[in-house]
Design a protein around this ligand. Structure first.
Ligand code: BTN
Length: 308
């Protein structure tokens, strides 16, 4: 094992300061060599405090560094800044990374939203993409997106008691303000999904309200700082169970139970069209069924939905 990883494992097992002498005898290298490795770890962003007594791994509950994710750490790719977690996740997915590989970043310089929009990705938000390899036909891929929104909204309600609601297809609103957006990309082999990359942008300790008046963050809602790691871990735990026991009927039922779109007059912008009508249902693939003014029904599978 790499000496840096050995040092980290030792520091990770205790809340106390570990002396240079102890590390040096455990690894069988000099204290100077230990010091050099520690400097390397600190340079790569790992929060180790050094004092005359030794070294202490500082535990910041907001830290998104991979070593903070215990048994998941090998599958978490953490970046201080990246153009978009979607691109990095796509590269990893194409190289065959394992199921539930996650790319997470403190900031994105080219964060992407749905319909080619930009996703504001300043410090304090939670920006990640998870690569999943569900054993489902391509036609059900839209339901995986709905499921991600259902699981994130449920978690926000249980952990923070906020009234998180679902807006078709997979926005999460609180008090009619957007707190979370989800973007997904999929690749298939024949009719079967080979991987889906689910990108989640959650407003946690950032303040998007100035640039996006219709947005809101958890910090604003709760008037306190919220550590992001507990959210990511809780989401991955429930979403992993969800994918391994994927049931389309359960997804549709749960989405219907938590949504604020059905029954509303809506305008839906698709890539090349605009439709207005009343949202009356979601079909078995997660498409939104609209009742148009002339009484006919039309289903939209992808688009942006505005409630009137
Ligand atoms: C939307 O338009 O509502 C979807 C927003 C999705 C944003 C997330 S942030 C993490 C991931 N990386 C991106 O570039 N976009 C998604």
């Amino acid at each position: 094992m790499d000496p840096k990883q050995k040092i980290l494992n030792i520091l990770d097992q205790t809340d106390r300061v570990v002396s240079g002498e102890m590390l040096s005898s455990e690894l069988g290298i000099s204290r100077v060599a230990i010091w050099k490795h520690i400097k390397g770890l600190v340079r790569s962003g790992i929060p180790i405090a050094a004092s005359p007594k030794g070294y202490l791994l500082t535990r910041d509950p907001d830290s998104l560094l991979s070593l903070e994710f215990d048994s998941r750490q090998d599958r978490i790719h953490s970046f201080p800044e990246i153009p978009s977690t979607m691109d990095a996740a796509m590269r990893l997915a194409r190289k065959g990374c394992p199921d539930f590989t996650v790319v997470v970043a403190e900031r994105q310089t080219h964060g992407r939203g749905r319909m080619q929009r930009t996703w504001l990705s300043t410090d304090g938000g939670l920006y990640f993409t998870v690569v999943v390899r569900p054993d489902i036909p391509m036609l059900q891929a839209g339901l995986v997106n709905l499921a991600a929104a259902i699981d994130m909204a449920a978690l926000l309600r249980t952990m923070y008691q906020v009234d998180a609601c679902l807006k078709w297809p997979n926005d999460i609103l609180v008090n009619q303000h957007k707190i979370c957006g989800i973007l997904s990309q999929m690749e298939a082999e024949g009719e079967q999904v080979s991987h889906m990359n689910i990108g989640v942008g959650l407003n946690v300790n950032n303040s998007p309200e100035k640039e996006e008046p219709t947005a809101i963050s958890l910090k604003t809602l709760l008037s306190r700082f919220v550590p992001r790691r507990e959210i990511l871990v809780a989401f991955l735990d429930v979403f992993e169970k969800r994918i391994s026991t994927f049931d389309p009927h359960v997804v549709i039922d749960q989405w219907k139970a938590g949504n604020v779109t059905l029954g509303q007059k809506v305008r839906v912008l698709t890539v090349k069209d605009m439709l207005e009508g009343t949202a009356v249902d979601v079909d078995t693939h997660g498409g939104l069924v609209l009742q148009l003014d002339d009484g006919t029904r039309q289903t939209v599978v992808y688009g942006d939905c505005f409630h009137w």
